[in-house]
Design a protein around this ligand. Sequence first.
Ligand SMILES: C[S@@+](CC[C@H](N)C(=O)[O-])C[C@H]1O[C@@H](n2cnc3c(N)ncnc32)[C@H](O)[C@@H]1O
Length: 98
Amino acid sequence: MTRASLDKKPADVAAMFDGTAERYDLLNTLMTGGQDRRWRREAVRALDARPGERVLDLAAGTGTSSVPFADAGASTVACDFSLGMLRVASGGRRGRRG
Ligand SMILES: C[S@@+](CC[C@H](N)C(=O)[O-])C[C@H]1O[C@@H](n2cnc3c(N)ncnc32)[C@H](O)[C@@H]1O
């Protein structure tokens, strides 16, 4: 598996995430010991998005980081350059999100 670094071509980084998209959330939780969930809760708390507000989730991946903002009623756009991650986000395996 290629590792992302600042001198990597965007296409290589996107390809790396395409390759892990289906397992990304599980891998992320395992590799961070569940810290990923605490980081996202902190981001949601810090942003405190409200109905009628707009949130652009840059590098949204599988959309896990976008859903809480949509659930809070904010108009949320998840964007990413990995189509594999966005396919998972848009309902590939786990149904429509956010
Ligand atoms: C570590 S994942 C985070 C995904 C999500 N935000 C989360 O919290 O689970 C990073 C995501 O950033 C995307 N990404 C990295 N560099 C990017 C760039 N320059 N433009 C758009 N997406 C990018 C990758 O494709 C990957 O889906």
